[in-house]
Design a binder for this molecule. Structure first.
Ligand code: ATP
Length: 404
């Protein structure tokens, strides 16, 4: 089984598509996993995914297949990520949030509401609900309604068109990330100008970076470690855990079934097909990590959490290096929440990369210095040789005079 669960959703035809093409569709279902799609030239392409949700599918079915195992995993300390991908208007936000986060008919609730409800329900039904704390980016929330209200107001404050990333942290347990990616269509098709064009370009850059990461992860390397360019964009950095770490990830590729959008749908499906090939082997270390987390004792206060993080760093570095790193973090003005292992790791990564680049700079300077000294040395040798020849010549002349 692939490490990433990849599903496809075909939303219902919208009124524009219906008026232009009637009820014509480019998709022909084979079964719940496979279908055929025709491009503009009527060429057929067949695809198979973990599950295909055709027009008229229930939001509850998508949640149960795609997200429920991730919610259950979060309670078992496995990080989870759910991503919706596809062109503008393909149904990403509808799948994630339904028509509205709060005040939503229960049948139409999206993945977000169902994940939050599912999480609180599982916690309330657990033997010891008090051992769980849920944080929404860093704000503690105590029930589903409070969480959804905060998410709803947070979402209302975001610009339309950008990628929305929602993070839910279960302190001491898993972290859940829900990502509603920005539209994946080509910039030209949006007809964007000015500020919107600039925004579209940034979106394209982060989607390109995501594509590059997935390509790097799925390229055959014949046993050689491949460089995965996670740091190329904020999006791929945030998704680093989801794509390469100890995590369960689900990707919902949202498509229009209309022939008018077949080329964009095909590009979304090809992206999904590529993501499906991310090897399960990148998750091999997961089991051990999860067992370690499960076995770990509960750390009730900040000092103990900090100690746990430092202990983790000590495993990789000498005590002296850890002390230096602590000092460096303060000097560099990198502040972090001592409760969050992720943040300290990010800070650690930042310091490491900065240290590496200063080392690179120092090596470059040294090389320049060495080169300069080499040139000076060569020049000295040449002038020494010239002096030797001069004196030799003088000596020979004097000897000649003496003989004469
Ligand atoms: N499964 C669905 N059932 C009914 N209506 C849907 C469904 N999916 C999408 N729609 C409708 O299609 C329209 C566009 O959907 P949506 O806003 O989710 O697109 P999107 O992919 O998030 O676009 P953008 O990238 O612009 O955010 C909305 O009016 C939404 O109500």
């Amino acid at each position: 089984m692939s490490a990433m669960k990849v599903c496809v959703l075909f939303r219902p035809l919208n009124s524009k598509e219906l008026s232009e093409f009637g009820d014509a569709v480019s998709v022909q279902g084979i079964n719940s996993e496979s279908f055929i799609i025709k491009d503009e030239k009527e060429q057929e392409f067949d695809f198979t995914f973990d599950r295909v949700f055709y027009q008229g599918s229930e939001q509850a079915d998508i949640y149960e297949f795609l997200a429920l195992p991730i919610v259950q995993g979060a309670l078992e300390a496995i990080n989870g990520t759910i991503i919706t991908y596809g062109q503008t208007g393909a149904g990403k936000t509808y799948s994630m949030e339904g028509p509205s986060i709060v005040d939503c008919e229960s049948k139409k609730k999206g993945l977000l509401q169902r994940v939050v409800d599912g999480l609180f329900e599982a916690i309330m039904n657990s033997e010891k609900p008090s051992k769980y704390t849920i944080k929404l980016s860093m704000v503690a929330v105590s029930n589903s309604a409070e969480a959804l209200q905060s998410l709803s107001s947070g979402i209302a404050n975001r610009a339309v068109g950008e990628t929305r990333i929602l993070r839910l942290f279960l302190t001491k347990f898993g972290k859940l990330i829900l990502v509603d990616l920005a539209g994946s269509e080509k910039v030209e098709k949006t007809g964007a100008e000015g500020k919107i064009l600039e925004e579209a370009k940034t979106i394209n850059q982060s989607l390109t970076a995501l594509g590059k990461v997935i390509n790097a992860m799925t390229s055959s390397t014949q046993g050689k470690p491949t460089h995965i360019p996670y740091r190329d964009s904020k999006l791929t950095r945030i998704l680093q855990d989801a794509l390469g770490g100890c995590s369960q990830t689900a990707l919902l590729c949202c498509c229009s079934p209309s022939p008018s959008n077949s080329s964009e749908s095909l590009s979304t499906l090809r992206f999904g097909a590529r993501a499906k090939h991310i090897k399960a082997s990148v998750h091999v270390s997961c089991k051990e990590d999860i067992d370690n987390i499960k076995d770990a004792t509960v750390y009730p206060n900040v000092d103990e959490s900090r100690e746990r993080i430092l202990a983790k760093l000590r495993e990789r570095m000498t005590a002296e290096d850890v002390q230096l790193l602590e000092k460096l973090l303060v000097l560099e003005g990198i502040f972090f929440d001592p409760n969050s292992v992720d943040e300290i790791e990010e800070a650690y990564e930042d310091v490491t990369s900065r240290t590496i680049s200063s080392l690179h700079k120092a090596v470059e300077e040294l090389n320049t210095g060495v080169e300069k000294m080499r040139r000076e040395n060569a020049a000295l040798k040449t002038s020494l040789k010239a002096s030797e020849e001069f004196y030799q010549h003088q000596l020979e002349r004097r000897s000649l005079c003496l003989i004469l």
